[in-house]
Design a protein around this ligand. Structure first.
Ligand code: AGP
Length: 612
């Protein structure tokens, strides 16, 4: 996934672009580049973070009120200066930045080479910019038309921005499957991958839809057509994203800030949706389709990564509380395996970014087969959100750290609400249990607050195991997916190999790995099958594994067995992941910091994987 930011208006473009690139760096940081027009196009680009780009443009004359910038997450061609965006056409007149993948770039490249075009990079993007040049020249078109007609020849996912030195009074943007949003200011316009580079200047945005081409003019006007050249209307919407919500607010890393925000963000995901005292809970997105959802023969949850772990927990929730058969699918598998989908299936897509390519494609496939598609998404107006029939935003605010934390617990909060509401609507849970669960759910933010207070103890444990090379995370029932999530957190930010397993599964192989050097994290907060988890811990201890146990406050049995214990408040089993995951987030964070890893931007990762 890459970051795009573009500006056309009355102000100098480069400061706006460079600051915007820094806000987008979480989307990818293999390389960065900028192009500015002033009498001619000037382009600077460099492997590495935006800081590296800043170093090479220092002292350069970057005057100009039209320009764009790009941060890259490499898909075609390794991260280096040559493959960095922007890419320039052979004539030097046209520059382009791109987020996505051109699937048919090889055949297009061959055809262009036959026409005499040469290429310096290994990217699909350089093929696209020269295709646009060829279409423009051979058909004598404006840059806007050349872009539109070229995109009709392209197969793949893209969000692109194009500047042509022959028409410097405009910028052309276009999207298909990758995100692109237009900011509308006073006599100035912006394009960006998301709203973070825009919110400082305007709260008015236009969400560009699939297969649309937008032309931004230097007089502040714009026009949008689809690939068939039909004018389309896109309403101006107002976003309430505040700049301070993007900053670190005094924390060393965005990830730590977002871990500590969870009492607030969990409460935000419930705001206006629950009142235990009055005995009600509601999700607006469900109301319109409630009958169809209640009659669903099956729920299918599809997602990737951490969101897939939320889906696994939701499987336990929906089957236990609502008694609806529930399945969980990796989106990347679901989209291609030609699944049997019926019109009476209820598909739930989980995605923090709302832009994950596999998840978007999976729900498009399911939608085409007649299923009801519901989205549980964080980013308002994102592609997945706009592809669904209905949905519930999780209201976690911008999640900048690549490792997902607050979005995970906010997803779980909404999913818990859905399962409780459905269970009660279908008569599967008593009114008494319904109100008990709502009351317990309302108490979760305060309980998370209590866990955050043992941060120093968790930091000490981290110092004791930070040099491990491998680790196992074990859990049962609702805490099995939590074990997977804890393992993912550790491996993606500390680069320690970690695997999550159902606790009972350990005997079927992984136990062979256990020795005195291996930390074993056991989530043991279950009320149900507590004794089984204790047995699993004893099996680990017999093999001298280092046991870190997450237990319910007051536990004594496991305290006697474990090397380290982290206590969390008690809660109902269905809600236990909301608490048991917090220490695992903190443990992973501290270990990563102690190992001098880049916590917010781990190597090889990006915040949202908008390509396959
Ligand atoms: C989680 O820490 C990872 N960054 C990653 O697995 C992420 O959850 C996954 O890419 C899905 O992203 P989404 O929720 O934005 O769809």
């Amino acid at each position: 996934m890459c970051g795009i930011v573009a500006y056309i208006g009355e102000r100098q473009a480069s400061p706006i672009i460079m600051e915007g690139l820094k806000r987008l760096e979480y989307r990818g940081y293999d390389s960065a580049g900028i192009s500015i027009y002033h009498d001619k196009i000037k382009t600077f680009k460099k492997q590495g973070k935006v800081l590296e780009l800043e170093k090479i443009i220092e002292g350069e004359d970057l005057q100009g009120t039209v320009g764009f910038g790009h941060t890259r997450w490499a898909t075609h061609g390794p991260p280096n200066d040559v493959n960095a965006h922007p890419h320039t056409s052979n004539s030097g007149d046209i520059v382009l930045i791109h987020n996505g993948i051109i699937e048919n770039y090889a055949s297009l490249k061959a055809a262009l080479m036959d026409l005499g075009y040469s290429f310096t990079s290994e990217t699909d993007t350089e093929v696209l910019v020269n295709l646009i040049e060829e279409v423009q020249k051979s058909r004598n078109l404006t840059i806007g038309e050349a872009v539109r007609q070229s995109l009709n020849m392209v197969v793949g996912a893209y969000a692109i921005v194009v500047i042509d030195a022959k028409e410097p009074d405009k910028i052309i943007g276009a999207k298909n499957s990758s995100p692109l949003v237009c900011g509308v200011g006073e006599n100035e316009l912006f394009l960006a991958s998301d709203a973070t580079p825009i919110v400082k200047y305007t709260d008015k945005v236009i969400y560009i839809k699939e297969d649309e081409v937008i032309t931004l003019c230097d007089d502040g006007t714009y026009s949008i057509v689809n690939l068939e050249n039909e004018v389309t209307e896109n309403p101006i919407e107002h976003i309430d994203l505040k700049l301070e919500s993007i900053e670190k607010a005094g924390f060393e890393h965005f990830m730590l800030k977002e871990i500590y925000q969870q009492p607030i963000t969990i409460a935000e995901s419930m705001r206006g949706r629950i009142n235990a005292a009055e005995g009600w809970a509601k999700l607006g997105g469900m109301a319109e389709y409630m009958n169809r959802i209640k009659q669903a023969d099956r729920i299918i949850l599809t997602a990737c990564g951490t969101s897939w772990h939320s889906a696994l927990i939701a499987e336990y929730l929906f089957e236990e509380l609502a008694r609806i058969p529930t399945e969980v699918e990796y989106a990347s598998e679901f989209r291609y395996r030609n699944p049997i989908i019926k019109t009476n299936d209820f598909i739930i897509a989980l995605s923090q970014s709302g832009e994950t390519a596999d998840t978007l494609a999976a729900i498009k496939m399911a939608k085409d087969r007649g299923a009801l598609i519901y989205g549980i998404v964080n980013v308002v107006g994102s592609s997945i959100a706009r592809e669904t029939h209905a949905g519930s935003y999780i209201h976690a605010g911008p999640e900048i750290g690549v490792a997902s934390t607050k979005a995970f617990t906010s997803q779980l909060t909404v999913l818990s609400l859905m399962a409780i509401i459905l269970g009660y609507e279908k008569g599967m849970i008593s009114q008494g249990y319904y109100r008990q669960l709502l009351t317990e759910l309302e108490s979760i933010p305060a309980k998370v607050e209590r866990i955050l207070k043992v941060d120093d103890h968790i930091k000490y444990i981290a110092s004791e195991i930070k040099d491990a090379n491998n680790s196992l995370y074990l859990g049962r029932g609702y805490n099995f997916p939590v074990a997977l999530e804890g393992a993912l957190k550790l491996k993606e930010i500390s680069y320690i190999h970690a695997e999550g397993y159902p606790a009972a599964e350990m005997k079927h192989g992984p136990i062979a790995l256990i020795d005195m050097h291996m930390p074993i994290v056991v989530i043991a907060t279950n009320k149900r099958y507590y004794d089984k988890v204790v047995s699993n811990i004893e099996e680990v201890k017999a093999r001298k594994g280092i046991i870190i146990a997450v237990v319910t406050e007051g536990d004594t049995a496991i305290k006697a067995l474990a090397d380290f214990v982290i206590e969390v408040p008690t809660t109902e089993d269905p809600l236990s992941p909301l608490l048991s995951v917090i220490p695992l987030q903190m443990l992973a964070y501290h270990i990563a910091v102690m190992r001098d890893c880049n916590v917010d931007q781990p190597r090889n990762l990006a915040k949202s994987v908008t390509v396959e």
